[in-house]
Ligand binder design. Structure first.
Ligand SMILES: C[S@@+](CC[C@H](N)C(=O)[O-])C[C@H]1O[C@@H](n2cnc3c(N)ncnc32)[C@H](O)[C@@H]1O
Length: 410
């Protein structure tokens, strides 16, 4: 709808088209800002995507799995006990060789835990980041026949599975741990972290698609209105216009190419006392540019569209009774997962907001359920979203805003 450029092997000239704030987001007339690059602007699937299949052939009954959830996240070596519980201890536990799809291999923490916990398992290890996939190859060598690395995007999953002859409806469990990894965050050269100086990149797969735009391309190319809309939509940044204006002002003098340069530009648009006035969930001071970084990262990596594509791919891949665990780190992601599992048709323009459209159109998010209360494709394994305990967060501060949702494929 807006863009689609995606990666092209035949030419390197892309269009970056950003919907303008001035028109209704649900029927936008795109504004062309640059012909240098292309980004897929989330919300593209408002157009012409197939509707989710309706009807749930069977509701799988279960016992309470989470009496006292010890939340375990994930990234890195830590916990995972809850995910393991979901993956391997369901009442409908499977016999024989199991196939688990780790859609976000990252540093391999989850995959390793699965391999350790289940002897007769093959893990299909997907990641868009070639660095992560090279670790998956190492792990595959250490565990012959038990790990199959898959380099690609959530949106490429179906094609990847068919190349290794994995059929739709055949996978026992899927794990999706959204966002970027500690490995990516901690490497200054990847440009994700505002506390470490590095090139303003933020692409999870820049190594794979080197001609796709990075965060520096976005901040140096888009007009003020488009920048503000990105900060509002993906950072839920209240001061988006002020920050966008500061970015445009600063780049007139010098292009913004480094993470700390961007952090200073954002900081410069606030009074000094406001720099760390914001607090994170642990009530620790958070830099005023945190939301700007989040917004750019989501935009550059097309994360919300990808998440939606990943959920749909998981739905196709899972067998009936198979289970899905999804971990998200901010409300934009969690809202998508929650509504997807509720059976909402996210392709419906009236309901598909993902933040930006909601703010622009002012429309309410409504959740439609079938009259008999059943859910079309999923049976939730817990009533409420699962969040980390205090102890979990003490163990791993990055888990502080994590949310886990688990469901059985009907
Ligand atoms: C939070 S990390 C996962 C960490 C992992 N669970 C572990 O134990 O180390 C998320 C990973 O998902 C990958 N990723 C994010 N979006 C993706 C997408 N659309 N397709 C494939 N991989 C993606 C990132 O590259 C990153 O490595």
């Amino acid at each position: 709808m807006y863009i689609d450029a995606g990666h092209s092997s035949t030419h390197h000239s892309y269009k970056l088209i950003i919907p303008s704030l001035s028109h209704n987001f649900l029927s936008p007339a795109p504004t062309e800002h640059s012909v240098d690059h292309a980004l897929r602007f989330p919300l593209e699937m408002l157009d012409g995507e197939p509707k989710f299949p309706q009807g749930c052939p069977a509701v799988v009954h279960h016992t309470e799995l989470f009496p006292s959830p010890s939340f375990c996240l994930i990234d890195q070596q830590s916990c995972i006990s809850l995910c393991m519980l979901v993956l391997i201890s369901c009442p409908c536990s499977l016999t024989g060789q199991k196939v688990v799809l780790d859609m976000t291999f990252g540093g391999g923490g989850h995959t390793k835990a699965i391999l350790k916990a289940v002897s007769d398992v093959t893990v299909l290890a997907l990641d868009r980041d070639p660095t992560a996939i090279s670790l998956a190859h190492d792990l595959a060598k250490e565990n012959p026949g038990r790990v199959k690395p898959l380099l690609g995007l959530f949106s490429e999953l179906e094609a990847l599975l068919s190349t290794i002859n994995v059929k739709a409806g055949s996978i026992d469990a899927v794990l999706l741990d959204a966002g970027c990894s500690s490995m990516q965050m901690d490497d200054a050269e990847r440009g994700f972290s505002l506390s470490k100086d590095g090139p303003l990149d933020m692409r999870m797969d820049g190594e794979r698609f080197s001609d796709m735009p990075c965060a520096a391309d976005v901040v140096n190319t888009l007009d003020q209105e488009a920048l503000a809309s990105i900060l509002t939509a993906y950072g839920e940044e209240r001061h988006a216009r002020k920050i966008a204006s500061a970015i445009v002002e600063a780049r007139r003098v010098n292009s913004i190419t480094r993470t700390q340069q961007l952090a200073s530009v954002v900081a410069g648009s606030f009074p000094p006392a406001a720099l760390y006035a914001r607090k994170d969930r642990l009530h620790r001071p958070a830099h005023v540019a945190t939301k700007t970084f989040q917004a750019l990262r989501i935009f550059v990596n097309d994360e919300l569209n990808q998440l939606h594509a990943g959920l749909r791919a998981a739905q196709t891949a899972l067998k009936s009774g198979g289970r899905l665990c999804v971990i998200t780190f901010h409300s934009l992601e969690d809202r998508i997962v929650k509504r997807f599992l509720q059976g909402d048709d996210l392709t419906n323009t009236e309901q598909y907001h993902f933040g930006m459209a909601k703010q622009i159109t002012g429309k309410k998010m409504s959740v439609e359920r079938k009259k008999d209360g059943t859910i079309a494709n999923w049976h939730p394994l817990q009533k409420k979203v699962i969040t980390p305990t205090k102890a979990d967060v003490q163990d791993n501060a990055r888990a502080r805003s994590a949310k886990l949702r688990v469901a059985l494929r009907c």
